[in-house]
Design a protein around this ligand. Structure first.
Ligand SMILES: C[S@@+](CC[C@H](N)C(=O)[O-])C[C@H]1O[C@@H](n2cnc3c(N)ncnc32)[C@H](O)[C@@H]1O
Length: 325
């Protein structure tokens, strides 16, 4: 009766355990969850949002319509899930921990919410994202960064409202010149408008995490930027490797030039275009230097370039058939 689909690579995901009375008391972690109401698997980021006012504020600020499919990552015991279910047409929830899937199933069983819930058992990072209009989640903190990258590569959603560590939220919203401005900031801000929604203190979680949290909102830019997420990220990896150095310095590095020349040759060959002379990379290094100089970014530093500067730089490289992914 539940739409529970095991996800992930076959053999990777353990089958869901049954937790009957036969299990010796205290020997099974779920038993402890149920007996003492404690979440303890911190390695899976299991910090449960215990304050209903914060759950309500998240749901209110998400702007859920009755026609929306909402994606939730890590429903845990379902404190946020049941509130999402009350507003949305459907909630698709990815949960890695079969013990918590069992808890959530029990919570909605035989309630009017049950038919609206689809639980996907597995690691969200190892699976394709399903269709959704909104993503609303209290994210497991250790997957925040790869999940946000996955989300922006996916790109097909109206908005995302996620609880993350406060410092991670500050990195998402940091602007050029800010101390926390990074590859993550530039990547996310190229694809989405990012805004800070609210700060949430650690006392609202059980067990309390070591650091404060914050909720941020991401809305994909319309129209979409004219580049692939992986290509832009490839440029950022080079530019932000040492964000305080000039780009001319960054792009002089042997390892960078070797990688880009390899990409360049592969790109030309695939299109039947003539390859540059095999002169130990000298003419390719000159081409890179020319792109940087003619685009006006040779003396720029990534720390002070916004997403539009970086996009212009990428397009200048791409016009010279220099590719990053
Ligand atoms: C911070 S808790 C949030 C729990 C609940 N949504 C709440 O707000 O109280 C994170 C949840 O994500 C789950 N989780 C951790 N890593 C995951 C992954 N890679 N894929 C799916 N779920 C994951 C954990 O088991 C846990 O239930």
């Amino acid at each position: 009766f539940f739409s529970l689909q095991p996800m992930g690579k076959p053999g990777k995901q353990k089958p869901q355990k049954q937790h009957g009375n036969k299990m010796p008391e205290g020997s099974d972690p779920l038993h402890r969850v149920m007996k003492q109401n404690i979440m303890f698997n911190k390695s899976k980021g299991q910090h449960i949002l215990k304050n209903p006012a914060v759950v309500k504020a998240m749901v209110d600020k998400a702007g859920i319509k009755s026609t929306d499919t909402v994606l939730e990552i890590g429903p845990g015991t379902g404190n946020l899930t049941v509130q999402l279910l009350a507003k949305a047409k459907k909630v698709v929830a990815f949960e890695i921990d079969p013990r918590l899937v069992a808890e959530l199933q029990k919570r909605v069983m035989a309630t009017p919410l049950q038919p609206k819930l689809e639980i996907l058992l597995g690691d969200v990072l190892k699976n394709e994202l399903p269709y959704f209009d909104l993503c609303v989640s209290n994210l497991p903190y250790q997957i925040s960064s790869p999940f946000i990258f996955k989300l922006i590569q996916h790109g097909r959603f109206r908005a995302t409202l996620v609880m993350v560590q406060k410092e991670f939220a500050d990195r998402l919203t940091a602007r050029p010149g800010d101390k926390l401005y990074s590859r993550l900031s530039a990547n996310v801000q190229l694809h989405c408008r990012v805004s800070h929604v609210m700060k949430v203190s650690k006392s609202n979680f059980r067990p309390p995490p070591k650091v404060e949290s914050a909720v941020v909102r991401l809305e994909p830019r319309v129209p979409k930027p004219p580049v692939q997420a992986a290509e832009f990220d490839g440029l950022l990896r080079v530019c932000f490797a040492r964000k305080n150095k000039t780009l001319l310095g960054e792009f002089k590095q042997k390892s960078v030039l070797q990688l880009l020349e390899k990409n360049h040759r592969a790109y030309l060959t695939a299109r039947g275009l003539p390859a540059p002379p095999a002169d130990g990379g000298a003419s390719f290094a000159e081409l890179v230097r020319r792109v940087l100089t003619e685009s006006g970014f040779a003396a720029s530093r990534a720390r002070s370039m916004d997403e539009d500067d970086l996009l212009r730089l990428l397009l200048a490289f791409n016009r010279a058939n220099i590719r990053f992914a």
